[in-house]
Design a protein around this ligand. Structure first.
Ligand SMILES: [Zn+2]
Length: 471
């Protein structure tokens, strides 16, 4: 039956882990979510995208694509071609941590509409992806810079979630059609304390309180029956005990390295861009070329010894780079393997099996490749490596850190005690809750949510999206 005035309310619990979510539900500490969403709804998990970092990991839900495919492959990125063309140009190096956050929406590859643009009355609170949201509907904008500054430097976190809640409650009176609300505190408290710290748990409980209030209000407004309420996060998070500064590591090996905040390094040999902080891209500049490097060129440009030393570091889980044609390489202390794209994705251990998948010699489509790896230590690894390297901004080589470690040292003020960004399952798996039952129970990605929302709202699905509707 056609819905009269449907609403999608999307609560993005930034950094929420599915296992913590599940445990709190079992302990009865999230009673409103249990009663209002799950009694007639669904709790499941989904995979996020690589790198699992705030901002780029919102792209699957809001743009229906992956960070690599959409050309925003990290919270920081570097473009060798632009760097050669115009050294200090706007498109040579980017960090969305700070004032450049305003460029985010415009950096997304043209021709990919943001979900807000597909609705008449989109509303947003605190997402940095606001394309298509009329100024009056961007309810998080007022005072956001100050609130975020205060949270970042003085650890005044919880008022930001409270503000998100208050503004959402007020926004419901404005007849929203699509409403995206970010609750950032689980992420912040996980970074500042750790993912299971009591302060972090309080942020889950606040989200639960907010759900109770919002559902009560939607019932009063007579809209609850036609509301799709979704809760997900954008990545998991793990506790961090040791930092390796990837840029300093390269410097210690004699490579003059450009990295934020020192992006004015003269004649650099390499650039390092960190996201999350368990993901890093390395851009090799020594040979003067503006092309991305492939195959053996990567080790040659970096120096074989530096390359081997990097893989041997305890902080480094694996590194990956492009092969010569339609292939990608992955290396860790377990040895090397390659991913092949030949009418589908295959995986072949060569000197070892870094992902632990064994030989996968039948070409798999994207859904099959997800199903085959969903329960593994590296869920969706084949598709994620492929999508990431479709962007030249992703660099010549990417580094994924082991849980417990990250790749950026003292520049991070305050010091981080929690990290994400890697392809490890602890960062890739997110909770996925909604007040509906009977949807397709195939392994899901957050990118599937984009077309799911469009379909549920009675809109046409976008063929170009990398996800498929679940409803
Ligand atoms: Zn996040």
């Amino acid at each position: 039956m056609k819905k009269k005035n449907p609403l999608t309310l999307y609560l993005l619990a930034d950094g929420a882990r599915p296992d913590v979510f599940k445990r709190l539900l079992e302990e009865g500490r999230l009673p409103n979510i249990q009663r209002e969403i799950l009694e007639k709804g669904t709790f499941r998990t989904a995979t996020s995208c690589f790198p699992t970092t705030t901002g780029p990991a919102y792209l699957p839900m809001l743009y229906g694509g992956f960070p690599g495919t959409l050309d925003v492959p990290g919270i920081r990125w570097f473009d060798k071609k632009e760097f050669r063309r115009k050294r200090f140009g706007k498109f040579a190096a980017r960090t969305y941590v700070g004032p450049e956050a305003g460029y985010f929406s415009d950096d997304v590859k043209a021709g990919n509409p943001c979900i807000h643009e597909l609705f008449d009355r989109p509303f947003n609170i605190f997402s940095m992806l606001t394309k298509g949201v009329p100024e009056a509907n961007d309810l998080g904008a007022k005072g956001k810079a100050w609130m975020y500054f205060r949270a970042h430097y003085f650890f005044v976190h919880q008022p930001v979630d409270e503000e998100a809640h208050k503004r959402m409650m007020a926004g419901l009176d404005l007849d929203p059609e699509f409403f995206f609300v970010v609750f950032p505190c689980i992420d912040w408290n996980s970074h500042h304390f750790h993912p299971e710290h009591e302060e972090t748990i309080k942020s889950y409980e606040y989200l639960d309180f907010s759900v109770g209030q919002v559902v009560e209000k939607l019932k009063k407004l007579g809209r609850w029956e036609e509301t799709l309420l979704i809760i997900t996060s954008d990545h998991g998070l793990t506790q961090t005990h040791t930092h390796l500064d990837l840029a300093d590591f390269l410097r210690s090996k004699g490579l003059k390295t450009l990295a934020h905040p020192n992006i004015f390094t003269l004649s650099p040999d390499a650039a390092v861009m960190i996201s999350g902080n368990s993901f890093g891209s390395i851009h090799l500049l020594k040979n003067g070329s503006d092309d991305i490097l492939r195959g053996d060129e990567v080790q040659a440009a970096m120096g074989i010894e530096v390359f081997e030393a990097l893989i041997a570091r305890p902080e480094v889980d694996f590194v990956a780079w492009r092969g010569v044609e339609n292939e990608y390489w992955v290396a860790s202390e377990q040895g090397r393997a390659r991913i092949l794209q030949q009418g589908g994705l295959m995986y072949e251990p060569v000197t070892g099996d870094p992902f632990g998948f064994g030989k996968m010699d039948r070409p798999l489509n994207h859904q099959e490749a997800l199903a085959a790896t969903f329960d593994s230590k590296y869920p969706d690894a084949l598709v994620q490596i492929e999508q990431l390297f479709s962007s030249r901004r992703a660099g010549d080589l990417v580094v994924s850190a082991n849980p417990g470690y990250d790749l950026r040292d003292f520049w991070e003020i305050p010091e981080h005690h929690g990290s994400h960004g890697s392809l490890h399952r602890e960062h890739m798996m997110v909770p996925f809750l909604y007040n509906q039952q009977g949807w397709d129970d195939r392994p899901a990605r957050t990118v599937d949510i984009f077309n799911t929302i469009l379909k549920w709202m009675g809109k046409e699905e976008r063929e170009a999206s990398e996800g498929r509707a679940l409803c």
